[in-house]
Design a protein around this ligand. Structure first.
Ligand code: HEC
Length: 553
């Protein structure tokens, strides 16, 4: 394998060590809280009245970003994943007080100290709450209803009110506003149960059916060479398999392939082709593989460790893909924060990259960098053999910055994060840094709505959809929190015009996951093409998988 010193210019080589990925949890200190913070005691420790008061304060001040049960979304971290268990109450108090504006966490110094301690007491108690309440608890009256009297968006930017199957969007570099043209919004989805009359909406001629329901945090979907459908359920750490299709569009069989994994996300069969021997899995902290033969519904052996991955904060999903010749394994590792400088923040070491290794002897190195988070989806184009990625760009610069994107990936390419964005635009939070990288920052192929949270995608190689869809990309947009009126919460189509290359436009394909009042019931994550050519879409809002087929009617 080439070393970085001779494959890239020196500036990049300094940033990107050739040998990497040793320690998994770099973040030993909690946001660099001072020792005095550790020593400060919570005067309300364990008091039920403080938990109750904290719960009310949480609903008013924190829920919109961290979510009803504290699971977070995008780069808003989970407060219930166990990380806070080992953090002292005084450190949480210190962090809530100070906040971290550039990373999207407000300072709460204006709340009286008593209320901040009540919040700490509640947050520390949250892990024990029952997550099953999430969808069944009725949402409070929408505090932001006035937003829906907001004026229509200025094209090419849009919001959920104007997303409609078939609507074409195209954002170009000249459309980008100045940073901070609008305030950084605080508008996460408050999930509600799907009302009976709500259903995903596809273009005319397509039918949408509920393929599977009652899942737990369904994320990526992969179609095995024999036609079985693999699904990760990331929170419970499982991989599920579906087989067959009933006349009403449901799987005939469902089985658990493996469990006990740590936030599994990426799935890839190896070697590529009709007869794989292994299923590779991207856990949040490592790549593992299971022996696999066509037809297996259950792993025949324990997972084998392939490579450690940096983890411990921020973006946790790890997407996986193999080159067509099977000689490269790609792994996407998103940033640990919104915009922390890796030069000075240990938690960003070897992150915001797409990594590569030889699967026969995996020693990871950097394939492309400055990619804030491609952990939602990477995929090799069946037409050109190029690697493509779907990327979550950064928050806290206003409603219409920075566009998420889908692009083919250049080997050794630099995509800007955190100093630059969408080509030669400097992030104001890093003014004056790394001028030598300015002209290296690549403008991606397809700019998506900022804050869309673009996740998994697939190239449509099925036989069922009309011929003009052949080879096109279908991508899940999980939906915004950092935009005043929501955007995303849909599946999009990126037309490649039978050329394997994008022209910059994309089109709304599957919408309807946001209700007219702004409440959200569904959030697309995974997408794959079933053997009969229908499109399957996982949705971790309603915990289901949808099946979109073309009927022509
Ligand atoms: C506008 C969105 C937003 C709101 C509102 C918000 N947070 Fe945050 N919070 C964030 C983001 C983004 C981070 C990650 C910051 C970072 O990585 O430095 C964060 C981080 C945290 C953390 C650290 C978690 C960790 O694992 O590192 C705690 C604790 C926290 N928030 C508590 C709260 C509380 C309590 C409230 C309400 C008083 C609140 N937050 C309101 C966005 C928000």
């Amino acid at each position: 394998m080439r070393t970085f010193a001779n494959s890239y210019l020196t500036a990049a080589a300094i940033l990107l060590p050739a040998a990497l990925l040793l320690a998994a949890d770099v973040d030993t200190k909690f946001h660099n809280a001072p020792a005095s913070a550790q020593a400060t005691k919570n005067p309300y420790e364990g008091q039920d009245a403080a938990v109750q008061a904290g719960k009310r304060l949480y609903a008013r001040n924190c829920l919109s970003c961290h979510g009803r049960v504290g699971k977070g979304t995008g780069n808003v971290p989970s407060l219930v994943n166990g990380k806070l268990d080992s953090v002292k109450p005084g450190e949480v108090f210190w962090f809530i007080t100070r906040g971290d504006k550039d990373n999207g966490m407000p300072s709460w110094a204006t709340l009286p100290a008593k209320q901040r301690w009540q919040l700490v007491t509640y947050v520390k108690s949250m892990g024990a709450a029952n997550p099953a309440q999430e969808a069944s608890t009725p949402a409070p009256a929408d505090m932001r209803t006035s937003k829906f009297k907001a004026p229509p968006p200025t094209p090419p930017f849009t919001d959920f009110r104007y997303e409609k199957p078939g609507t074409v969007h195209k954002i170009t570099v000249k459309d980008l506003p100045q940073p901070y043209a609008t305030q950084s919004a605080d508008n996460g989805p408050d999930l509600v149960a799907r009302p009976e009359n709500a259903w995903p909406v596809a273009p005319a001629g397509f039918k949408v059916e509920l393929y599977a329901a009652g899942l737990d945090n369904p994320r990526t979907l992969r179609t095995a060479p024999n036609g079985d459908i693999f699904l990760t359920e990331s929170d419970p750490g499982r991989i599920r398999v579906f087989r067959g299709l009933t006349s009403d569009g449901k799987p005939e069989q469902s089985a658990i392939f493996a469990s006990g994994l740590k936030q599994p996300y990426g799935l890839a069969f190896y070697p590529p082709g009709p007869d794989p021997r292994w299923l590779y899995v991207g856990n949040t902290n490592e790549v593992v593989r299971f022996p696999y033969h066509n037809g297996d519904l259950k792993a025949s052996a324990a997972p084998e460790h392939i490579a450690d991955l940096p983890s411990g904060s921020g973006h946790w999903t790890r997407a996986l893909a193999f080159s067509e010749d099977g000689k490269k394994m790609f792994v996407a590792v998103g940033s640990g924060s919104n915009v922390d400088d890796p030069d000075t923040h240990p938690r960003e070491k070897d992150r915001a990259d797409i990594l590569v290794c030889d699967p026969a002897n995996c020693k990871l190195s950097v394939y492309a960098y400055g990619i804030r988070n491609a952990g939602g989806g990477i995929e090799v184009s069946p037409q050109t053999g190029e690697l493509w990625c779907s990327v979550n760009e950064r928050d806290a610069l206003g409603d219409n910055l920075v566009p998420d994107y889908i692009t083919h990936v250049e080997e050794g390419g630099f995509y800007g994060w955190p100093w630059w964005y969408i080509g030669a635009h400097q992030d104001p939070r890093h003014q004056g840094k790394h001028p030598e990288l300015r002209d290296k920052a690549i403008v991606p192929d397809v700019l998506l709505q900022p804050h869309n949270a673009s996740l998994e995608f697939t190239f449509y190689e099925g036989q069922q959809f009309p011929a003009e869809f052949k080879g096109d990309i279908f991508a899940s947009e999980h939906g915004s929190w950092n935009k005043a009126v929501r955007v995303g919460y849909e599946v999009i189509r990126v037309p490649l015009h039978q050329s394997g290359h994008a022209s910059g436009e994309y089109e709304d394909f599957l919408t309807g996951f946001v209700l007219p009042d702004g409440n959200v019931w569904g959030r697309p994550v995974g997408v794959t093409v079933a053997p009969d050519g229908s499109l399957l879409v996982s949705d971790d809002g309603s915990n289901s998988v949808w099946r979109v087929s073309h009927t022509g009617k």
